[in-house]
Design a binder for this molecule. Structure first.
Ligand code: NAD
Ligand code: MN
Length: 787
């Protein structure tokens, strides 16, 4: 039996397009304006390939105008009461709901995705996002005490969920008191322009939301603009990396939501009929053009044949066709270039020798379609197993044991999402913490909600959207304004003797060694550097670390990653013990500080005592900086777990050589990271004294590794290192830029200070959650719960 078409009416949507004249204008400062250079792009209907509308190809002048408007609007918008901002967001949600049908049809026309999805998923989630964030706007001041809006936010979104991505960007930004300039994707700008109309209808103050259309060149202008405080981007890893590099020398904040190659793991006890429907949602939802698509199917070996057979049966019954046909499962691919990418990756998969299967029916000839496709017999290292295809192509591999499944799942440079299918709750919750991904779905897939954070691990980018964790992307810690210029080399005496550009002297035996894997190590190059005290006398020597020393230290830190699964209570006990053992040697440390810094004993004792207090603080937080449970709908709850980043490089401040070192190194350790620390170049001896304390305090070998030497040189090596997951740098402005630039290679999480440090003695400026927040990444685990 064949189905006839059941076409959703497009009359309203086409009338709306017509009402905007032959050419759309952009929405800037509350007005509709033509692009200065009078250039236009054509948006097409992927279902037919026909022209849908002309939209502005905006350029530099248009971006300047939009950013200026957003700036002018910011002053008033941030001063409004939380309640007033909440009302605007609420009004947006209401208007979106009232116009839901128009939004759904327009989105389906412009993007090629099915009306079933836009009507039942995209647009309802958009409304939900605005409602949820109207709530966050209302309670901002109490929920995020001490935080302030950033300013003007530049937002760049992709074409795969045009309106949903707009909501994910605009709702939290406005709720926190920022104003925005948003650039939709070139293929799909129409729903963003319809949203602009809603901003008009609700009398949103001019300039709070500006919608500027265009292509990559328009986006690049926005990224470059000096008066933008932050770029929020969703799109390809390639462009994300470019954005990191272009903004490296500015203090612009970034959140990047990039590509993925997410595993869909099926154990032999899973409910296979549920699994098959899950696979349909994982890889054929939105034609597979989903950043978190479950594009790598990992199946336990004993059930492969049975499952592949079931999948093929289901594929045979899927219907591909016009996006407005209500009976269609899979719509059109967004653009011919995307279709070519899919075709070329599929042909590479065939060249690589994998087995391809497609249903017997053919796709419509008019429009841009690709049939659902399954690859089996795929080698884990092959191109189609590693590259994001961003189309309806599933590749399948098998595993024998749960640990093999985890290995395969993590065999990717991405880490956006994973789904786990098994009827065994013990197994599911054993695997969930081991998979490196920002979202983990247990017996479900591709579920989203405004209350839950979403975002990547590794090269899938950083930052979260949704939930309370997403709000932190749009605020700054107010007290940052009080941070002081950070000295690069402390004592003028030291400088005069050349420590600033480190002297190389041959090693003698009475040199403080470096510390790696719990052992004292001589520097690989055999060179040492002198350390002078305040009177200019030689106080000792430390090793002059090089590239090889950093590599060894990183290796030692990796070997110690068991620390991340050590019970938080045990981590706390170890840190308390560090405090206890430091206290026993307080006088000695104070003496060292006095000698080196030429300060009174009293002042030095104060630093030691502050250090002890700080150690206690982070020991306390080791088991108290907890995750959250998000109240997400659809028969689940979502565990927002704070997980360590992995191996972190910590380049410590020059000033307060003991307190600064401990304040920088302890938060990551308390959260389960392992660390390669580069202490103050001027006074590294405090750090090398401290490892004796670590040694006697049961800190497992490799958890803290210390490499002394030229701080900036070592920082550069750390930022180039692919196996370093996060890097904190308390040094110069130039160093901060270099680190941001080179960390883009593997999307390291960086925290740099641009030459300004907190006052380490001030509890307000060293608020623990400010530091702890940067030492973790949040994994949202969706588990079945209730009815
Ligand atoms: P893209 O990264 O090129 O485009 C995303 C957005 O960035 C668009 O608005 C685009 O105009 C803009 N842009 C492009 N170059 C820019 C630049 N230099 N500076 C600033 N903005 C720029 O992605 P695409 O070309 O649309 O798709 C290419 C691939 O990206 C896809 O095949 C897929 O793998 C991936 N992708 C991922 C997502 C996701 O949600 N993570 C979404 C879309 C595409
Ligand atoms: Mn289009």
């Amino acid at each position: 039996m064949d189905y006839g078409p059941a076409q959703e009416s497009d009359i309203l949507a086409r009338e709306w397009i017509k009402s905007h004249g032959p050419k759309f204008r952009q929405f800037v400062n509350g007005k509709w304006v033509a692009p200065k250079a009078k250039k236009y792009l054509i948006s097409r209907e992927p279902s037919t390939g026909r022209k849908l509308a002309s939209i502005p190809l905006s350029g530099k002048q248009d971006i300047n105008h939009a950013v200026r408007s957003a700036h002018e609007a910011f002053d008033n918008w941030k001063k409004l009461s939380c309640h007033v901002r909440a009302r605007y967001l609420y009004a947006m949600a209401r208007q979106i709901q009232k116009n839901a049908r128009l939004f759904a049809v327009l989105e389906a026309l412009d993007n090629g995705k099915t009306i079933r999805e836009t009507r039942d998923i995209d647009i309802p989630l958009v409304a939900r996002h605005f409602y949820h964030h109207a709530g966050w706007a209302q309670v901002r001041d109490s929920a995020l005490q001490g935080y302030e809006p950033l300013g003007v936010i530049g937002q760049i979104i992709p074409w795969n969920f045009p309106m949903l991505m707009l909501a994910w960007k605009i709702a939290p930004a406005l709720a926190m008191g920022n104003t925005v300039v948003l650039k939709p994707a070139e293929y799909t700008s129409l729903t963003a322009l319809l949203f602009a109309e809603i901003c008009e209808q609700i009398n949103l103050p001019p300039g709070v939301v500006n919608i500027v259309t265009g292509d990559g060149s328009t986006g690049a202008e926005l990224v470059k603009h000096r008066d933008i405080s932050k770029i929020a981007f969703t799109g390809s890893t390639e462009v994300g990396r470019k954005i990191c590099q272009v903004t490296a020398d500015s203090e612009k904040r970034l959140s990047l939501e990039l590509g993925g190659k997410s595993p869909f793991i099926v154990f032999d006890d899973a409910d296979l009929d549920g699994v098959v429907e899950g696979i349909v949602d994982a890889i054929w939802f939105n034609q597979g053009q989903v950043c978190c698509a479950g594009s790598r199917l990992l199946v336990q070996e004993s059930i492969t044949n049975k499952l592949y057979r079931k999948i093929k049966n289901r594929m045979e019954k899927l219907r591909v066709g016009h996006s407005l046909d209500k009976g269609v499962d899979i719509g059109a691919i967004v653009a011919p270039v995307q279709l070519k990418t899919i075709e070329s990756l599929v042909s590479k998969g065939l060249d690589e020798g994998a087995d391809m299967w497609q249903p017997s029916w053919t796709c419509p000839k008019e429009g841009w379609y690709y049939p659902p496709t399954l690859f089996t017999n795929v080698a884990p290292a092959s191109l189609i197993a590693q590259e994001e295809i961003f189309g309806p192509v599933l590749i399948a591999m098998s595993f024998r044991t749960p640990s093999e499944a985890v290995k395969l799942a993590n065999n990717t440079r991405y880490g956006l999402a994973a789904s786990i299918w098994t009827e065994n709750i013990n197994l599911a919750l054993d695997i969930a913490p081991k998979v490196k991904a920002g979202s983990v779905w247990v017996n479900c897939t591709n579920v989203f909600d405004a209350a839950s954070g979403f975002g990547g691990y590794r090269e899938s980018g950083f930052g979260r959207e949704g939930g309370i964790e997403g709000l932190y992307e749009y605020v700054r810690f107010g007290i940052e304004k009080d941070f002081l210029p950070a000295p690069t080399v402390l004592s003028p005496l030291n400088k005069s003797k050349g420590v600033g550009n480190v002297n190389q002297v041959p090693g003698i035996d009475r040199t403080a060694k470096m510390y790696m894997g719990g052992k004292q190590k001589r520097p690989d190059g055999g060179y040492n550097m002198p350390v002078f005290n305040a009177s200019g006398d030689l106080a000792g020597q430390v090793g002059l670390g090089n590239r090889k020393d950093i590599r060894n230290a990183v290796e030692a830190a990796h070997a110690a990653e068991g620390w991340s699964t050590t019970a938080a209570h045990i981590r706390a006990q170890v840190l308390y013990f560090v405090g206890e053992n430091l206290e026993a040697r307080a006088a000695e440390f104070a003496g060292r500080l006095s000698d080196l810094l030429g300060q009174t004993k009293r002042r030095s004792l104060r630093e030691v005592n502050m250090t002890l207090e700080r150690i206690f603080t982070y020991a306390a937080y080791a088991d108290k900086y907890e995750g959250t449970i998000h109240d997400t709908p659809y028969r689940n709850v979502t565990l927002a777990m704070k997980e360590p980043l992995g191996v972190m490089g910590i380049v410590c401040p020059e000033e307060a050589p003991l307190l600064g070192f401990v304040s920088a190194v302890l938060p990551p350790i308390a959260m389960g990271n392992t660390v390669v620390a580069v202490p103050s170049s001027t006074f590294p001896l405090l750090a090398t004294d401290l490892y004796q304390v670590l040694d006697t305090s049961d800190v497992p070998p490799g958890v803290v590794n210390i490499v002394t030497g030229d701080k900036d040189l070592l920082a550069d090596v750390l930022s180039d290192h692919d196996d370093v997951d996060g890097l904190w740098y308390f040094g110069s402005r130039e160093g901060s830029t270099r680190i941001r630039y080179s960390s883009a290679a593997n999307m390291k999480r960086t925290w740099v200070n641009f030459g300004r440090n907190p006052d380490w003695f001030d509890p307000a400026q060293t608020k623990p959650d400010y530091f702890l927040h940067k030492a973790v990444q949040i994994k949202n685990i969706w588990i079945p719960y209730g009815e």
